[in-house]
Every structure is written in C-alpha cells, then in structure tokens.
Write a protein that binds this ligand. Structure first.
Ligand SMILES: CC[C@H](C)C(=O)C(=O)O
Ligand SMILES: [Mg+2]
Length: 561
C-alpha cells in the first residue's frame, strides 16, 4: 500500500487516531476494504462555459468507472475555466492567465488536502493544460493529464472554419472585403460543437507538448472531443496511472530538463503558440527544472518546422491526427536526434519504447514534412532582445514577407483604443503599433491580443504593420507581432517611454527589438515617468498584479527568490 493508504488504514497505532478521518469516508460509501486502495483524484474541468470544456463530463464519468475497475478509489473534484475565445478583446481576457494559477492552486490544494495517492487532470481550454500540470508538479503524486480533445472544423461555402476565421473576418468585413451575409454566416458556423480551438493554437500546442513531455498518452493530444476514442484514452490512462501509483512514478520523475526539451522540440516542429514560452517557463519552475527564456532560442536554432498547421499554415489539429499525430512527429524527430528517446513517460515506458511501433511518415499526407524537407529549417518561436526588451520578448518569425520593419510608433495604453484605430482605418502600412500597460502587472493579467492582430490580418496589414506589446498573443495570432516585452510598462520598462512617432525596428533576422531614441533622451523620459495607479485594488486581479513575476520568468506567482 502507498504511504497515504497506510495512513488511512486501521493500523492500530496511528490508525486509531485516524478514526474520525475514516468515518467521513464511510459517509461517502467507503467499505473497510476501500482503505487499502489508492485514492485517486479526478480533476474535472467540465464546464458549460465554453465548447473547449463542454464535452468533458463524459470523460470524467469514464475516468471514475475506469479507476474503480482498476481497483482504485476515484475522488471527483472540479477545476474552473474561462473561455479565451469569449473573453478575447474584453476586460474578461485579463482573467485568462490568472485562471492558469487558479487551476494550479485547485489541483494542488485538493490533492494535498485529501492525501491523494494520484490524480488524473482533465482539461480543455488553453490555460487548463499548464495550470493542471503546474498543480500536478507541485503536488508531485503520480499523475496523468487527459486532454479533452480538439474541435472539428465548421463549414461554409466549401471552407473549413475555426474561431480564428471569425477574428480575421472582423478585419475583412471592416475593410469592406466581405459581405454582411458571409460575415454573419461565418460567425454562426465557425464553432460546430465541443472541443478546443482547432488550429495549432494554445490548447493544441499545450496538449501536443504534453505527449512529448510524457504526461499524456501517445495519440491523445490531437483526438477530436466528439470522437469516442477519447474515452479509450481515459481508460488506458487510468490503468497507466494506477500502475504509476504502484511504481511511485511521479510527475517530477517525468518532467526533467530533457523532457522539457522534447516538449519544446515538438512545439517548434508543429508551429505552436507563443504562449508555450510563457507556460513552459512556469512549468519548469513548478518542476524545479532550470530553464530560461534563452533555452527556447537554443532549441529554435536546431529544430525545424515540420507541420503545415494553422494559424499560418493550411491544416487543423484533426488533420494532424489523421496524418499520424504527435507520435509521427516525434518518430521523425527521434530519428534525427532532435529529441531524447530515454525519457521516462506516464506509460511506464521511455519515449523510444513508446515510439518503437509507430510507423514512419506516410507518403499519402502533406501535413507532416520529413526533417529532410521541412517547412522552415529553423523553429518559428524566436526570443528577441534589444533596448525595448532587455529581458526578452517572443515572436513567430517564420514565413514573414517582411522580416524587418522600421516605422513610426503608434502608441496605445489599452487594447480597445488600438482595436478601434485599426477598425477605423487609422493604422497604415509601415506603422509599428505599441500596445502597453497590458503586462502581467499592468494589464493586469497579461491579456491576449488576438482581436487587434486578427483584425490586422483581416485588413491585409498583417505583413506590413508591426505590433509590439507587453501583453501576450493567442495561438491564433501571426504576422509581424512581438509579445511578452519585458520589463513591462507598469514596471517602468522602456516600452513605457515610447512616444508617438518614435522609430522602432522589429528585426527577425537579428532577433532585435530596438527603439531609435538617444539614451540621454530616454534617461530624461525615465526620470519623468510615473507609474500609473493600479487598475484593480481588490480581488484576484489585484493579487495577480501584486505577485506576478516578469513574463520572462513565466509570470508565476510563487517566485520568491
Ligand atoms: C484562437 C485562439 C484561442 C481562442 C486562444 O486563445 C489561444 O490559442 O491562445
Ligand atoms: Mg488563449
């Protein structure tokens, strides 16, 4: 029996004192024989808030049944979510990153508070994955992550639609490039049912990387939520988890520096979301693994982009699944020494053992390219430095028609006024938009900027207008855009000192973000700068603003060193 199960047993010495604790379990229908079984939490992310999580209850129900069948005591508890797609462009988006921390706290609190022997975490929307894994790592009892599954495409006039189609339609419609009828039909049809946003956006980026990390089962990260194979994954995961409890195989035994390198390699190979940089800095912190923002640049130089996936590519995660899924990508990377085969995974086998039977890349698909013929020879997620971002910032730099842009700053201290300027035709080719006071502390909550970046793409300005922000981007963002600028404006970073009309360069070749203003002038501006009053003084946003670390450190709340 595990240590926790022992403590719950009728062990006469310590067990007597535990009688009151046990009596509560009898109230839950436990029999005496149950006290020797592992107690395994099921963190249920089901919610009718968003399609990403609205199809999770049947997974949670299947988990309870499967765990009982494998001789465990399942303990169901809830974790919250908000919907990035619904919150985008509104004040609600400030709660998105905050919810990552709330979910992590939920998992850690319930697992620790109940002496659980293991936990299965089920999630759907973007922050559910990093939040769930951070909680798993903090609690560090045997654990497995269950991704609820991606959404299938919507359909209109022969087109595959997804949520980013609607964000980009806003720009097309406002520029008079789309009829009102088409605009309304795209809005109505883009989201056909349950499942997480269908491109290689943040949800599918994090789920795919979890397979590579070894905390989810092979093939699970690209399944469609509405397909029954997700239930098979739950059953297999329950068996793997009970075995992990017996072997005492814990998340920190799996999430090593080499495993994180595997995860980042898959993120680069699949063209994943910029949010992965922020979340893996936070995951590494929770795992106690040394990992810095510069490690992403080290990995980018050696890992090619192999998958042709939205937002900038042609295909969706379900197409990747049908082409062989993440195991096919990992098999190709392993064959070229780009991932570590000896990392242990939740299956109880190593990465190489998990991949042994995976077939080579199929010739009848063009979603996944071979390493010998990649989409791009180096990764897409670049860390830029420069006088605006001495701590770093993040950009997707592949496939850009204009990899270098120098132009006049168009400065906005909030997202809504920036979006209005774009919609009203006030932003012209060659401009460099500066959206600031949107960082972890200044936002607060470091909101995603898909509304303005999607509108720029829709207006056809995505390749000719630069946009920098101390906020972050959705996985659906692409173009000449740079996020996570650190230090943020609220902390007096140089981005706070930019004046309308200053010249700024975004240089994807030199990985540079530079403000062309003399140091003396900047020193004068800094001397005159005054931190604005906090936007929130009570509650969860105020707490986040007070405690969040820099984006270059993952914007975590428990970095005290
Ligand atoms: C399409 C974008 C999605 C809603 C999101 O928030 C992300 O991928 O981060
Ligand atoms: Mg998001």
């Amino acid at each position: 029996m595990t240590d926790a199960a022992n403590r719950r047993s009728r062990n006469i010495t310590e067990g007597v004192a535990r009688a009151p604790n046990r009596s509560m379990y009898y109230g839950m229908g436990y029999q005496e024989s149950d006290f020797g079984k592992p107690m395994i939490g099921v963190a249920n992310g089901h919610s009718t808030i968003t399609p990403c999580n609205s199809g999770l209850q049947r997974l949670a129900d299947a988990a309870v049944i499967a765990l009982k069948e494998t001789g465990a005591n399942p303990q169901l508890f809830g974790t919250p979510t908000i919907s990035d797609g619904m919150a985008m462009g509104t004040e609600g988006m400030k709660y998105s990153l905050v919810s990552r921390e709330v979910i992590a706290d939920c998992v850690e609190t319930c697992v620790g508070g109940q002496w659980m022997d293991g936990v299965m975490v089920i999630g759907g929307c973007d922050k559910n994955m990093p939040g769930g894994l951070m909680g798993m790592l903090r609690a560090n009892v045997p654990a497995v992550y269950i991704y609820g599954g991606t959404i299938l495409p919507g359909k209109y006039k022969g087109q595959d639609l997804n949520i980013v189609s609607v964000f980009e339609a806003v720009g097309q419609f406002s520029a008079g490039k789309m009829s009102e009828e088409d605009f309304c039909e795209i809005e109505r049809r883009a989201i056909p049912g349950s499942g997480s946003c269908g491109g290689m956006y943040t949800a599918n980026t994090m789920s795919s990387s979890f397979e590579a990390l070894g905390v989810s089962l092979p093939y699970s990260s690209t399944m469609a939520n509405v397909e029954d194979e997700v239930l098979g994954n739950v059953r297999e995961a329950a068996q793997a988890l009970v075995e992990a409890v017996k072997r005492d195989l814990k998340p920190r035994d799996i999430v090593t520096r080499e495993a994180i390198e595997n995860a980042v390699a898959v993120i680069l190979a699949t063209g994943g979301s910029t949010n992965a940089v922020l979340h893996y800095l936070a995951i590494a912190h929770a795992a106690g693994v040394a990992w810095s923002i510069d490690d992403f640049e080290r990995m980018r130089k050696k890992v090619p982009v192999l998958c042709d996936l939205k937002p900038s590519g042609r295909f969706l995660a379900i197409d990747l699944h049908r082409a062989g899924g993440i195991p096919a990508v990992m098999k190709e990377l392993l064959a070229h020494g780009l991932i570590h085969g000896d990392c242990m995974t939740i299956t109880g086998k190593t990465v190489a053992e998990n991949l042994a039977e995976v077939p080579a890349l199929r010739a009848d698909q063009d979603v996944i390219r071979p390493v010998t013929n990649p989409l791009y020879a180096q990764g897409h997620l670049a860390i830029l430095k420069g006088n605006i971002a001495p701590e770093g910032c993040v950009a997707k730099i592949t496939g850009l028609k204009n990899p270098v842009i120098t132009g006049p700053a168009r400065v906005f201290d909030d997202e809504q006024s920036a979006l209005a300027a774009i919609m009203n035709g006030k932003i012209k080719a060659g401009d460099v938009m500066v959206l600031r006071y949107l960082g972890p502390k200044g936002g607060p909550g470091m909101p995603e900027m898909l509304a303005p970046t999607g509108a720029l793409i829709g207006q056809g300005l995505g390749e000719s207008v630069g946009l920098i922000t101390d906020g972050r981007f959705s996985g659906g963002t692409w173009g000449m855009v740079v996020g996570h600028v650190a230090p943020e404006a609220y902390e007096g970073g140089t981005i706070a000192l930019v004046h309308e009309g200053d010249r700024i360069s975004i240089d994807a070749h030199q990985l540079l973000l530079q403000l062309h203003v003399d140091d003396e002038v900047l020193a004068q501006r800094r001397a005159a700068w005054v931190r604005p009053a906090p936007r929130y003084t009570r509650g969860v946003l105020a707490k986040f603003a007070k405690n969040a670390a820099s984006a270059s450190l993952g914007a975590v709340l428990d970095r005290f060193e």
